[in-house]
Structure formats: structure tokens, C-alpha cells
Write a protein that binds this ligand. Structure first.
Ligand code: ATP
Ligand code: MG
Length: 604
């Protein structure tokens, strides 16, 4: 074909009308508008009848569509009603009708100018769309059957779109329309205590949730000026973590370890410990078994933690796009509360499965695989997620998001691709070890490999003073325990040091769902620091600890209150605690003596 021929070829537009064809004036008007839009001199308009549009007409040209149909108007009106509902917060029909009648009078019907494409390939939760030229990353694309997707991969000849619904109704040639909206989820107070899917829809069978607004799932992280440094503790209630690896509000602390080493348990105990502390918790389950998630919800309900918790669940049976989006949705929810000035704790369980979902998705989108077949931007996948956790400045309300991402390792290998990435993004890690777990050291925290890089700035003074040298003591003990393993005659000092270490290790064992309050932890640490526990046989330490704390809580309320109120441990208070421990030991000894006498008497 010669160039002049191509140039002279007319652009073809199609007009569908419901019953009455447009008048010649209307046709001329439409032609003039299209000529201006596409910058051509003339245009050919093909008319056809289409009853399904109800009334009016729809014009499509190239990949644009102009909607003057009744169906389009009805859709606009419906969107308007939903907006009204959200703005004025009501499901009250009367209220909506009165608001609507107001609106209808001033209702200005916009001509829908849409960019339309068609599906060329669909499968595994992915659709490739041809014809849409101007979509932006993260834009919602709507398909003919109502399924929604998100533009994820923008190329010059097609766009790759991840689907948020079933792809059964989508086939080759299905129309896909740009919505000009960023993917977002509904947020609000009403979500507290509920279980939702990755798109914010309730899945706990307790009815609709009334949202207070929408937030984009992929929001930018707060800038440097908007932040302040971490200065308030986020107590886990777990002695070994709060003393040695304290976490602050706004910090990101990774929980890392092999499978079945108690990772989820630490996160759950931390949530349980937030009772009455005015913290909102969000638990994001990614790629887990539905039965595991059900068990977790049951634990949260049983302990009363569900009252301040939101569970965002995308199980292993959900499609890769939903698993990929879930942590971002959870974070969007957390951001809503953070901007309201609240403190939020968010758990991502776990990010290894998140990376795997993203790998599946990227391979389907035909992105080139890199190390371990992950795409090149897998670091950015997690960094842009975790950077959104922060402590906002006081001017912005001082809210915070504390993140506890979880990573599963294989045979303790922390140098694999995903673990090293996430370790470098977070402000420290709690490393759990299988060997310790099986030895009965639970939680199985490896003291040598765990670290918290910012939390000590947020530790209460009392805790800081009481924790003192516990980490060094433990390190010395472990070294000595290995060294003296095979020697039989030990000198007195070594024996004492070993006994002290044994008691310390035993104290750090903590059963599930038994978080310790700050004052309880300080009391234990002061008692053990003053060597008041070293003579207790290791087997009896746990029992002794419980009775000691009960004694303090019931008989020495004053000390407990002073600790909680001042958050400090003066020398005087420390002295008082040691005296009380001695008093308790006397009572215990007396009881023991009486018991022994009783037994002796019975034997005679
Ligand atoms: P997965 O890799 O399967 O996600 P996980 O690392 O999250 O496992 P959990 O599910 O938290 O591990 O715990 C594994 C098992 O260990 C559970 O049965 C749990 O009850 C037990 N467990 C964890 N922590 C403790 C503890 N402190 N005391 C007693 N049992 C514990
Ligand atoms: Mg787990």
C-alpha cells in the first residue's frame, strides 16, 4: 500500500444505539468531536443496533469508548449513591433518598470517556490485555464480567494484569476497561475484630463491614521529616526478647527460623500482650493453610485478643495475586490507624511465602528470573512494604506501625536470598533455632545471632537497669558449658557460674500465652541478678518463678505499682525488691521445713 493511500484511509468509529438511531445533526456533532480528539480530517461512522445498552448510544473508536447510554448513566448514579453512603455514613434508606433528591437536581451527567482493550491471553490469575495504551502501574482494570484486576506489567504492546477474582468468565477477546482508579481497600474502625480477605471483604460470616474510607494498597512510605525516632517500647511480654532484644513502637523486627520453631507463637504472644495497651494489631496470613489460620483466630478469640485485632487472610488456596497483595492491604489498614494517631502492630506471616507468590506471578508475566528464579525487584517488593512502618512525628499525631515480619529458613540457612534481603531491610532479627527448640528451650531464641538495632532506645529505664549484663552472662555461661562438658572436678567459682547460667536459661523458658508484665520481668531479673535463685534446683525454677510472682502481685502490690508507674528502678526500689525476695525465700524455707517435719512424723 502506498503512503498516500494509508494517509487517506479514513478512521473507523462504531456507534451502537438502543432503538432510535441518532439524527444527522448528532452524527455530525460526534464526527466533529472524534476528528478533534484523534486529530484527523474525516472519520467514518458505522451505525448498529444494540438492545443491551438500554437507551442512548455508545461510540467506540480505536481504544476509546464514549458512553451516552442508559446503562452507563445508571452506573454513574449507582457510584454516586455509594459515595453518598460513604461520606454520610448511613445505610438508612430514607436518609439516602433525601440526599439523592438533592443530588439528582444538580446531577451533572458526565460523558464517560473510557479506554478499552481486549484480552489476548488469560490463565493462572493473569490476563494480558491489548489495546490499552495509557494505564498506570497499579490501576484497576475492570473486565466485562465484573472481575477486577490490577495493571502490574506495562509494556509497549500489551499490559499484564493480575486478577483479583475468578478468571472463569474471562476469555480471549473479553473487553477490559480502564477505571483511572488506584487499587485500594476499604478501611476503618469497624474492621477491628473481623477477619477479611486480601481485598477487605469480610470472610468471617458476620455480615458487611461499614468502612470509613479507602486507602490505596500501595502507598508511599512517610518521608524523613514526617518521622521521629523510636522512643516507646512495644512490649512482647516474652522475657528473653524484652530484656535482650527490646522492640520499640515503629520498629521492624524480623522473626526468622526454620519451620516449626515457634515463629508464629512469638508473634501471637506479642499480640496477646497488647491487651489494655491501646495498640491495634493486624495479623496478615500469607499462603498458610486455612486450618492454621483458623487455629490462630481461635487462639486470639480465646485470649480476648480479637477485640483489638484484624486478621487479613490469604490462604494457600488463594491465587498468587491475592497472596501478593495481602501484606500491602494489611499495611494500608495499619496506615489508616497510624494517621489517626494510634499505635499499630502488624505481623506478616510469612514473607517467604509472599516472595514465592510474587515469583510465580512474575514468571507468568514473563519477567526474566534472577537468583533462585526470583525476579530482580524482589528486594524492592519487601523494602517498599517494610519502609511503610514508622513512628510519625508529634505534629502528625505520633502514631506508629511496628512490623514483625516472619521469614522461614531452610536448615537454618540465613544466607539464602530472601532471608538476607529481609535481614538487611529490618532493624534487627530474632533468630529461632531448631536445636534449641528440641532441647526444650522455648522460645528457642538464639542469643548470639539475634539483635535489635533500635529498640534499646525505647526500653524503659527499669528494664534497662535490670537487664544489665544478662546477655554477657549467658554468652559466658554457654562458652563455659561447652568447655567444662567433659571435666569432672570443677572449682567453686566455675560451679557457681554454671549454676547461675542454668537458672538463667531455665528462667528464659516461657510457656505459650503467658506474657509477663514489665514489673514481673524486672522483679525476676533483679532476683536472679542478686543471685537469690542460684541455689534452687533447675527443675524447680519454673515453679518457683510462678510462686514468686504471685507473692509479689498479691503481697507486694506497692512495689509492682511503683515499677509500672515510674518505669524506673532506683537503688532504693531495687533494695526493696531484694528484701521482698528474701522474705519470700524465708516463707518458702519455713514451709519446706514444716513439710519435712510432717513427713518425718508420719514415718515414725
Ligand atoms: P510453621 O513453620 O509451621 O509456621 P512456626 O515456626 O510458626 O511453624 P509455631 O506454629 O509457632 O511455629 O509453633 C510450633 C509448635 O511449637 C506449636 O505446636 C507450638 O504450640 C509449639 N510452641 C511454640 N512456642 C512454644 C513455647 N514457648 N512453649 C511451648 N510450646 C511452644
Ligand atoms: Mg507459623
Amino acid at each position: 500500500m502506498r503512503l498516500e493511500q494509508i494517509m487517506s484511509e479514513k478512521l473507523l468509529a462504531k456507534l451502537r444505539y438502543a432503538s432510535t438511531s441518532p439524527t444527522p445533526e448528532q452524527v455530525n456533532g460526534i464526527k466533529a468531536m472524534l476528528c478533534k480528539k484523534f486529530n484527523v480530517d474525516d472519520i467514518e461512522l458505522e451505525l448498529s443496533e444494540d438492545k443491551s445498552i438500554g437507551g442512548g448510544f455508545i461510540v467506540s473508536c480505536k481504544n476509546y469508548e464514549y458512553d451516552w447510554s442508559d446503562a452507563g448513566r445508571a452506573k454513574q448514579l449507582r457510584a454516586e449513591i455509594n459515595n453518598l453512603r460513604r461520606e454520610h455514613g448511613g445505610n438508612d434508606a430514607g436518609k439516602i433518598i433525601s440526599m439523592l433528591s438533592d443530588k439528582v437536581e444538580n446531577f451533572d451527567l458526565a460523558v464517560e470517556d473510557k479506554e478499552v482493550g481486549s484480552v489476548v491471553w488469560v490463565g493462572d490469575g493473569i490476563a494480558n490485555i491489548d489495546g490499552i495504551e495509557h494505564a498506570f502501574y497499579g490501576e484497576i482494570i475492570e473486565f466485562e464480567d465484573g472481575t477486577k484486576g490490577m495493571a502490574q506489567d506495562i509494556r509497549d504492546d500489551h499490559i499484564g494484569c493480575i486478577l483479583f477474582g475468578n478468571d472463569a468468565g474471562i476469555r480471549q477477546g473479553t473487553r477490559a476497561v480502564r477505571t483511572y482508579k488506584e487499587a485500594g481497600i476499604p478501611v476503618g474502625e469497624a474492621f477491628i475484630g473481623r477477619v477479611i480477605d486480601a481485598l477487605g471483604a469480610p470472610i468471617d460470616g458476620q455480615g458487611d463491614i461499614k468502612e470509613s474510607g479507602y486507602r490505596p494498597v500501595e502507598g508511599p512510605a512517610p518521608g524523613i521529616i514526617d518521622r521521629q525516632s523510636v522512643n516507646e517500647p512495644m512490649e512482647t511480654g516474652i522475657l528473653s526478647i524484652d530484656t535482650m532484644f527490646p522492640i520499640g513502637r515503629g520498629q521492624r523486627e524480623l522473626i526468622i527460623g526454620d519451620r516449626q520453631t515457634g515463629k508464629t507463637s512469638i508473634a501471637l504472644d506479642t499480640i496477646i500482650n497488647q491487651k489494655g495497651k491501646d495498640v491495634i494489631c493486624i495479623y496478615v496470613a500469607v499462603g498458610q493453610k486455612a486450618s492454621t489460620v483458623a487455629k490462630i483466630i481461635q487462639i486470639l478469640k480465646k485470649t480476648g485478643a480479637m477485640d483489638y485485632t484484624i486478621v487479613v487472610s490469604s490462604t494457600a488456596s488463594d491465587s498468587a495475586p491475592l497472596q501478593y497483595i495481602a501484606p500491602y492491604s494489611g499495611t494500608a489498614m495499619a496506615e489508616y490507624f497510624m494517621h489517626e494517631g494510634k499505635d499499630v502492630l502488624i505481623v506478616y506471616d510469612d514473607l517467604s511465602k509472599h516472595a514465592v507468590a510474587y515469583r510465580a506471578l512474575s514468571l507468568l508475566l514473563e519477567r526474566s528470573p534472577g537468583r533462585e528464579a526470583y525476579p530482580g525487584d524482589v528486594f524492592y517488593l519487601h523494602s517498599r512494604l517494610l519502609e511503610r512502618s514508622s513512628k510519625l512525628s508529634s505534629e502528625l499525631g505520633g502514631g506508629s506501625i511496628t512490623a514483625l515480619p516472619i521469614i522461614e529458613t531452610l536448615a537454618g540457612d540465613v544466607s539464602a536470598y530472601i532471608p538476607t534481603n529481609v535481614i538487611s531491610i529490618t532493624d534487627g532479627q530474632i533468630f529461632l533455632e531448631s536445636d534449641l527448640f528440641f532441647e526444650g528451650m522455648r522460645p528457642a531464641v538464639n542469643v548470639g545471632l539475634s539483635v535489635s538495632r533500635v529498640g534499646s532506645a525505647a526500653q524503659t529505664k527499669a528494664m534497662k537497669k535490670a537487664a544489665g549484663s544478662i546477655r554477657v552472662d549467658l554468652a559466658q555461661y554457654r562458652e563455659m558449658a561447652v568447655f567444662t562438658q567433659f571435666s569432672s572436678d570443677l572449682d567453686e567459682t566455675t560451679k557457681n557460674q554454671l549454676a547461675h547460667g542454668n537458672v538463667l536459661m531455665e528462667l528464659l523458658k516461657q510457656p505459650l500465652e503467658h506474657p509477663l508484665a514489665m514489673h514481673e520481668q524486672v522483679i525476676i531479673l533483679v532476683a536472679v541478678g542478686a543471685k537469690r535463685l542460684d541455689m534452687i534446683p533447675v527443675k524447680k525454677v519454673r515453679d518457683y518463678k510462678e510462686r514468686l510472682l504471685e507473692y509479689f502481685n498479691t503481697e507486694q502490690g506497692e512495689i509492682c505499682q511503683e515499677l509500672e508507674k515510674s518505669g524506673d528502678l532506683s537503688d532504693q526500689l531495687k533494695h526493696k525488691i531484694i528484701e521482698a525476695v528474701d522474705a519470700f525465700n524465708d516463707i518458702e524455707n519455713k514451709k519446706l521445713k514444716e513439710e519435712v517435719e510432717e513427713i518425718q512424723k508420719n514415718n515414725h
